[in-house]
Design a protein around this ligand. Structure first.
Ligand SMILES: [Zn+2]
Length: 343
C-alpha cells in the first residue's frame, strides 16, 4: 500500500488534506497530534507526497520519483527534523529556516516536518515561531506531537490542528490477519494492545515482539507463579529500555481485563480472550480498587519514563508498589468488611 492508501481508518483526515490541495487552501502550518504509533508521520509523509506528486497531483501515487524520494526522506524540497538526544535544538530549526529561504529545487512546494515538536528547546520554539509568523509562498510546516500541551500556545494557535483517529480494534485485527498472516486469536490480542494505533500494531506484529508478548502473557497467566509475581520483570526490563513501554502496556491491558471481569463484563469485552480462564481466576484474588490502583501506577510510571525519569528508580518503585498489590487488596477487603459490618 502506498501514499494515502496506507492510512487505514484515517479517511476523513486524508479527505480534508486532499481537499485543501485541490482547492488551493493548504495552510502554512499543521499540528498533527496523536499517541505514539498512531500514524502521525505516515500522514505527514503522504501529505508531502500529495503536494509533490507529479503523476497524480493531490493524491500521492506512491511510485513516481517525487513520491519515492519523500518516502525515503531525501526529497530536496523537504526537511525533516527529529529530536537529537531527546531535544530539538535551535540549530536544527535554523537549518530548516535556511532551506525554506532558498528557492524550491523542483516542485513549487517546500515542506518541513518537525517530529516530536514538544521536545523543542525554548530557543528552538521561539525561532520556529518567527518562521510561522512570516509564512512565505508555497511552504508547509507540519509539527508532529504526542504531547501538544507542552507546545507554546503561540505556536499552537498558528497551526491547523489535525488529531489522528483511533482505529476500531476489529479493523486492526482484520488488517493484521490479512497483511501479516496472524492467526485470528493473535491478531485480536495485538489489536487490543495497539489500542487504536495502526503503527503500534505493525510494530507488535513483528516476530520478536510477538514472541515477547507471548512470553510476558505466559508469565502473567502462570497459576503457579501467582500471576502478578511475574511483574518482577524489572531487572530484565532495565537491560532493554525499548521494551519497557511495551511491557508496561501489556501489563496494563492485563490488569484492565481483570478489572472488566471483576466488574462483571463478558468475555468479548476483554483483550486477552484466549487467556480468559486465568484472567477470571486472578480477577477474584484482587479487589477492583486494588486493580484500578495498579493500572494508575503503571500509567504514572509510563508517563514518567516518557518524560525521561530515571528508569531504574521508576521501575523499582513501580514493581515495589505492584508487589504490594496483594496485601493492599486484602487491606481494602478488611476495610470494606469492617464498614459493612459496622453499618
Ligand atoms: Zn507520485
Amino acid at each position: 500500500m502506498q501514499g494515502f492508501d496506507s492510512l487505514m481508518g484515517q479517511e476523513t483526515l486524508v479527505q480534508r488534506l486532499q481537499q485543501a490541495i485541490i482547492s488551493g487552501r493548504v495552510a502554512h502550518a499543521y499540528l498533527i497530534t496523536g499517541a505514539l504509533g498512531s500514524g502521525k508521520k505516515s500522514l505527514a509523509t503522504a501529505f508531502a507526497q500529495a503536494l509533490f506528486c507529479t503523476e497524480q497531483p493531490g493524491n500521492a501515487c506512491g511510485t513516481c520519483l517525487d513520491c519515492r524520494r519523500v518516502e525515503a526522506g531525501n526529497h530536496p524540497d523537504m526537511t525533516i527534523i527529529e529530536p537529537d538526544a531527546g531535544k530539538i535544538k535551535i540549530d536544527q530549526v535554523r537549518r530548516l529556516k535556511e532551506r525554506f529561504a532558498l528557492q524550491a529545487y523542483e516542485g513549487s512546494w517546500k515542506v518541513g516536518i518537525v517530529v516530536g515538536a514538544e521536545t523543542m528547546t525554548v530557543e528552538a520554539a521561539n525561532s520556529l515561531l518567527k518562521l510561522l509568523e512570516e509564512p512565505s509562498g508555497q511552504a508547509v510546516i507540519m509539527l508532529l506531537s504526542t504531547s501538544p500541551s507542552m507546545l507554546l500556545p503561540t505556536i499552537v494557535s498558528r497551526c491547523q490542528r489535525i488529531t489522528m483517529k483511533r482505529i476500531p480494534r476489529q479493523l486492526i485485527a482484520s488488517f493484521l490477519e490479512r497483511e501479516y498472516g496472524l492467526f485470528p486469536q493473535t491478531a485480536a490480542v495485538v489489536a487490543g494492545l495497539a489500542d487504536g494505533r495502526l503503527g503500534q500494531a505493525k510494530e507488535f506484529a513483528k516476530g520478536e515482539s510477538l514472541a515477547r508478548i507471548d512470553q510476558i502473557l505466559s508469565g502473567l497467566a502462570n497459576r503457579e507463579g501467582r500471576g502478578l509475581e511475574a511483574l518482577r520483570l524489572a531487572a530484565k526490563l532495565d537491560a532493554e529500555p525499548e521494551a519497557v513501554e511495551f511491557t508496561l502496556q501489556i501489563l496494563a491491558t492485563w490488569l484492565r481485563d481483570m478489572l472488566l471481569l471483576a466488574s462483571g463484563c463478558s468475555r468479548d469485552m476483554i483483550v486477552h480472550q484466549d487467556r480468559y480462564d486465568e484472567l477470571r481466576e486472578q480477577s477474584r484474588l484482587y479487589s477492583p480498587s486494588a486493580i484500578m490502583q495498579a493500572i494508575w501506577q503503571i500509567e504514572d510510571a509510563a508517563r514518567a519514563l516518557r518524560a525521561n525519569a530515571n528508569r531504574r528508580l521508576t521501575l523499582d518503585a513501580l514493581f515495589y508498589q505492584l508487589a504490594d498489590l496483594n496485601s493492599s487488596s486484602r487491606a481494602s477487603e478488611v476495610y470494606k468488611y469492617g464498614k459493612s459490618s459496622g453499618s
